[in-house]
Design a protein around this ligand. Structure first.
Ligand code: URA
Ligand code: SF4
Length: 230
C-alpha cells in the first residue's frame, strides 16, 4: 500500500476558511494533486450547525466558481439532488456547510474520458487534516457523512453505511474534534441518482436521515445573511 505524507504540513497558520481554501491549491499531501485538476475546498456558512461531508469533488464542481473565486463541492448533479433532499428535510442548502473527505478528484483516463475512482484509504487519511481544520472552524453540532468515503475518513475503514445509517454516532476521541459533534451516516446523493429501480425510496431514505440531522441540530432557522458566504 502506498503511504502518503499527508496534508498536515500544507495547512496554513491562519485557519479561517478563505486561508484554508487558498492553501489547499498548494497541497502535496498525496499523489492526487499531480493530475492538475484544481482542489475543491468546502463552502458554506461557518456558523452552520450542520456540516455535510461527501467523497471527492464532482466533475461539475471543478468548473464551478461559486464563492470568492473558488470552486465548490456539490455544484453539479449530485448537488442538485442534495439540495432537493435538504429542502424536503426542511433546511436550505445555504444554511449548511458542504465539503468532501478528499479535496482532489481521483480518476483514471480512458482515452479522452475520465473515469472517477474511489479514493484509497491512504488518500482519505492523507487529506483528513483539511476536513479536521474545517470542523475546527465551523464547530457544527452535527456532521453528516454522505457515503462510505466520508464515513471512512471520520469513523474508520470498518464502518458500514447500511448498518449505521441514521443513528447518532460520535467521532473517535483521538481525532480531537472540538465540541463533540454528533455524527450521522447516510448514503451519498450519487447513490440515489444511480438507484435505477427504486430511486424514490432511496431519496426518501436520504431525506429521513437528513431530517434526523436537522432535528438533532436543534434549529432549522437560517443562519444570519451576513454569514451566508462563503
Ligand atoms: N460532488 C460529488 O460528486 N461528490 C461529492 O461528494 C461532492 C460533490
Ligand atoms: Fe492534498 Fe487532499 Fe489533494 Fe491529496 S487530495 S493533494 S491530501 S488536498
Amino acid at each position: 500500500m502506498v503511504v502518503h505524507p499527508g496534508a498536515q504540513n500544507h495547512l496554513p497558520d491562519t485557519r479561517d476558511i478563505v486561508s484554508l481554501a487558498t492553501a489547499v491549491a498548494g497541497c502535496r499531501g498525496c499523489d492526487l494533486y499531480r493530475a492538475a485538476e484544481p482542489a475543491v475546498f468546502g463552502a458554506g456558512p461557518t456558523s452552520a450547525r450542520i456540516l455535510l461531508v461527501g467523497d471527492q469533488p464532482g466533475d461539475d464542481d471543478l468548473d464551478a466558481e461559486s464563492w470568492a473565486g473558488f470552486a465548490e463541492p456539490f455544484a453539479g448533479h449530485a448537488g442538485r439532488l442534495l439540495d432537493d433532499a435538504l429542502a424536503a428535510a426542511g433546511i436550505d442548502r445555504h444554511d449548511v456547510y458542504r465539503t468532501t473527505a478528499v479535496k482532489h478528484v481521483r480518476f483514471d483516463r480512458a482515452g479522452r474520458r475520465r473515469i472517477r475512482k474511489k479514493p484509497s484509504g491512504s488518500q482519505i487519511t492523507a487529506c483528513r487534516p483539511w476536513l479536521l481544520a474545517e470542523l475546527a472552524v465551523v464547530r457544527p453540532r452535527v456532521v453528516v457523512c454522505l457515503g462510505a468515503t466520508a464515513a471512512h475518513s471520520l469513523l474508520g475503514a470498518d464502518v458500514r453505511v447500511a448498518g449505521r445509517r441514521g443513528t447518532i454516532l460520535r467521532l473517535p476521541e483521538w481525532l480531537h474534534v472540538a465540541g463533540d459533534p454528533a455524527v450521522i451516516v447516510t448514503i451519498h446523493p450519487s447513490a440515489v441518482l444511480r438507484a435505477w429501480t427504486n430511486q424514490d425510496d432511496a431519496f426518501d431514505s436520504l431525506v429521513r436521515d437528513l431530517r434526523r440531522a436537522v432535528g438533532y441540530a436543534g434549529e432549522t432557522a437560517p443562519v444570519s445573511p451576513a454569514d451566508r458566504c462563503p
